[in-house]
Ligand binder design. Structure first.
Ligand SMILES: [Zn+2]
Length: 313
């Protein structure tokens, strides 16, 4: 089966523990990912809220260098796509095509010019905040009424200019509506669930989801138990079906947060998607809906949206 997953923290976990991407005891490695063909995976570099300024930027760069070294070590069965054309053409002839992301705008160390540097290093998606406050704005653990800071609005413009897609997962609601007001292109929520099914500040309310649909973006379903409200496939289905009821047939995708959250052991890391697919099929999801959510929606969006940036020389 095909799989396109919009968020995992495997790079951070592998870097911190000295593991490889090829084989490791984490949720995701390239060996177990052979279950899926094609398999496209967004690999995020998580920058903890404890890091700010140059410490955040240099940590991010170190993990990006680790990612490049792993790409070289696992070549040719694995590569990071820098544009939509590569994503489309290489998906079927590699075991995995990765896309580099950064989770937490703190990674630019408060300097707008570092956005171009991250783009040059292959980053194509950036999550504006984690749960706390950073230079851009406020995460979901902060007051929901606070919006983006002037720096965050300027940084958003710079993201759009270099072609990095803004990710609103983790952002508070005030910041979300500022992203709507200060961007023109579609944006995404790589790993978020429905606040109507389970009220949690990390989850999106119906208005937010409908706005992402209207803008032509994507929302990846997270498998995080705390945000689901209960770690069960039935609960995943309820979140998905809430979003589908809001017109999300082309918006809904997967963003499991593997290696960023605790999964029930029986979900078996990346093998979870095979079991989830079977479950949804038994519950009456037809093949074309499953294919859209498990692969096509994300592939269609990113194949047409990802471009190598035009950077100043
Ligand atoms: Zn996250």
């Amino acid at each position: 089966m095909s799989l396109f997953d919009l968020h995992c923290d495997t790079l951070y976990a592998a870097y911190q523990n000295g593991y490889s991407l090829a084989v490791n005891p984490l949720h995701i490695d390239l060996t177990r990912g052979r279950l899926y063909t094609p398999w496209c995976q967004v690999f995020a570099v998580w920058v903890p809220d404890s890091l700010r300024g140059n410490a955040a930027f240099s940590f991010c760069c170190k993990v990006l260098e680790f990612a490049r070294a792993e790409e070289a070590a696992c070549s040719p069965r694995f590569l990071f796509a820098r544009d939509g054309k590569t994503l489309k053409e290489e998906g079927h002839c590699r075991e995995c095509v990765g896309i580099l992301a950064v989770e937490n705008g703190a990674a630019i160390g408060g300097k707008i010019e570092n956005i171009a540097e991250l783009a040059a290093r292959g980053v194509r998606i950036l999550t504006l905040t984690w749960n706390g406050e950073n230079e851009w704005g406020y995460g979901c653990s902060c007051d929901a009424r606070l919006g983006l800071k002037p720096f965050g609005k300027a940084a958003l413009t710079a993201l759009e200019e270099v072609g990095i897609i803004p990710d609103v997962s983790h952002l508070n609601e005030g910041g979300f509506w500022d992203v709507v007001a200060h961007t023109t292109k579609p944006f995404i929520a790589t790993h978020s669930l429905s606040a109507t099914v389970h009220p949690h500040p990390r989850n999106l309310n119906d208005r937010q989801f409908e706005e992402i649909v209207r803008r032509g973006g994507l929302v990846g379903l997270s498998l995080c138990g705390e945000h689901l409200g209960e770690s069960s496939f039935d609960r995943v289905r309820r979140h998905a079906e809430r979003f589908l009821s809001l017109g999300g047939e082309k918006t809904l995708a997967l963003g499991g947060d593997l290696d960023g959250t605790v999964l029930p052991p029986e979900w078996q890391g990346i093998a979870v998607y095979e079991h989830l697919r079977e479950y949804l099929s038994q519950k009456g999801w037809n093949d074309s809906l499953i294919e859209a959510v498990f692969f096509k929606n994300a592939a269609n969006f990113l194949e047409s949206t990802l471009h190598s940036p035009k950077l100043p020389v």
